[in-house]
Design a protein around this ligand. Structure first.
Ligand SMILES: Nc1ncnc2c1ncn2[C@@H]1O[C@H](COP(=O)(O)OP(=O)(O)O)[C@@H](O)[C@H]1O
Ligand SMILES: [Mg+2]
Length: 257
């Protein structure tokens, strides 16, 4: 486990940044401001959890920063690249080459084996996986003896481990997860969260995860809290207790305001 103090890690480079990011759905009376001038940085080799009530804009923020959705105004950078300046094809390429995704619903291809699923994004990109790296990723997520299984032959936890390995395999600049443990029992969820944390500590991976679960958030280095499309607070070195306390206090504030 890294002993680098968080204060030092804060001086490292920024993997992704949103500046004054707004996202408005619809128009007129049906208009919804999903993101309201959000500015946030995700630093390299840091594990960030995004939390907030349902409808606060967590998924929208993740999708806009990951180049999965367009935004209304503001800017987003992945590394040195401004997403707003990219054409569709360039954006697709950036997503494929620089970003890893883990979704709540695993999103594996049922006809492919675990190994084929893990290397699929690189196969599509025509890139050869780094064999040593791939082996270490597979080792880390404990899938060595499941590689020829198809998703239907794997438990939910194992399927999500395949998805984690798939996200890590191409050494992306940043991995985004939207409720990656939302469909898992607590033990499998803890495993997946442990792997994500290890990938940050041991492999220097950058991870941003949306979650509503204080226990899941406690695996992160930092929690960013959203409400009504705005960032309202952040917390370093979260524990399940401190996150839960914050959320209770926040709920109470919400009711009185
Ligand atoms: N495709 C859409 N069309 C209209 N409104 C949307 C759409 N997607 C999300 N929203 C609205 O934007 C707000 C933020 O949604 P979302 O980012 O999914 O929140 P969260 O992930 O925190 O639950 C909500 O009010 C939601 O209803
Ligand atoms: Mg959501």
């Amino acid at each position: 486990m890294s002993t680098t103090p968080i204060a030092d890690r804060r001086t490292t480079s920024v993997a992704a940044r949103a500046t004054d990011l707004s996202k408005i759905y619809g128009q007129g009376e049906t208009q919804v401001v999903a993101l309201d001038r959000v500015t946030v940085e995700f630093r390299q080799a840091e594990f960030t959890a995004i939390m907030g009530p349902s409808g606060s804009g967590k998924s929208t923020l993740m999708h806009c920063v990951a180049g999965l959705d367009t935004f209304s105004s503001g800017s987003v950078r992945i590394g040195e690249t401004e997403l707003g300046s990219l054409k569709d094809r360039q954006l697709t390429k950036l997503r494929r080459d620089k970003i890893g995704f883990i979704f709540q619903a695993f999103n594996l291809l049922p006809t492919l084996t675990a190994l084929e699923n893990i290397t699929l994004p690189m196969d599509i990109a025509g890139r050869k996986p780094d064999k040593q790296w791939l082996d270490s990723v597979i080792q880390m997520v404990g899938l060595k003896d499941r590689l020829s299984h198809r998703p239907s032959q794997l438990s939910g936890g194992q399927q999500q481990r395949v998805a984690v390995a798939r996200a890590l395999a191409s050494r992306p600049e940043i991995i985004f997860g939207d409720e990656p443990t939302g469909n898992l029992d607590s033990r499998s969820g803890a495993e997946v969260l442990g792997f994500l944390r290890n990938s940050v500590r041991e492999l220097g991976q950058t991870v941003v995860m949306v979650t509503h679960d204080p226990v899941a958030a406690s695996y992160a280095d930092r929690v960013v809290f959203l409400a009504d499309g705005r960032i309202v607070d952040e917390m370093y070195r979260p524990t399940a207790e401190t996150v839960l306390d914050f959320m209770k206090q926040f709920d109470a504030k919400g009711r009185t305001s």
